[in-house]
Design a protein around this ligand. Sequence first.
Ligand code: IYR
Length: 230
Amino acid sequence: MEHQHPFVPYKPERHAPEEMVRRGEEFHRLVERRRSVRHFSPEPVPYRCVELAVRAANTAPSGAHQQPWKFVVIGDAQTKRRVREAAEAEERQNYEGGRLPPEWRAALAPLETGSDKGYLEVAPWLVVCFAEKYGLTSGGEKVRHYYVNESVGIACGLFITALHVMGLSTLTHTPNPMAFLVEICRRPANERPYILFPVGYAAEGTEVPDLARKPLEEALIPMSVNLGLS
Ligand code: IYR
């Protein structure tokens, strides 16, 4: 094949059908056990584990391969405190100040969330994912980015899954509006806070809401059924 740009061979592993299913089942069993956690142990977690989760995130496909994500890793007590205080100030407006509309509050009720975000100081690491709304050349010119939300969302999915594989827990936390994170993390104006992840071991005795996954029939619609082919 003739290419205008450099291409290299790619040969993904192939497996026999039974082996494909076995691997798919094993992976599903693993991710099925993941839950978002709001109670963390203060036990230290090696930085290397966080680094590996970001390495996994950094493999995500992205619009025009622009890789529009940044992960800021916070481990010092002072910055964690600043993040907690700023997040709680926003969340107090959400929960106690009436900024969350009643419909939204009702949707959150089963999660029993509130404006206390103590876990932001307990978890050994806070990882803030930023989305690069646009890029900047070395000369400071803006470069348009494509599919930023999709790209960063996929990267965050990989990040969460990598933590879970290692036996670590996290929460996809969005203490909106999150502009305070730009300042605290000292990020430039082209970066928008996307998700704030507390990372650590789940606290001993952690309980999570008794939620069920959506039944497969609601998530998976074989088109053949819609077409009346089966
Ligand atoms: N950011 C708030 C509210 C919140 C919103 C959703 I959507 C959730 O799934 C959970 C919480 C908070 O973190 O409390």
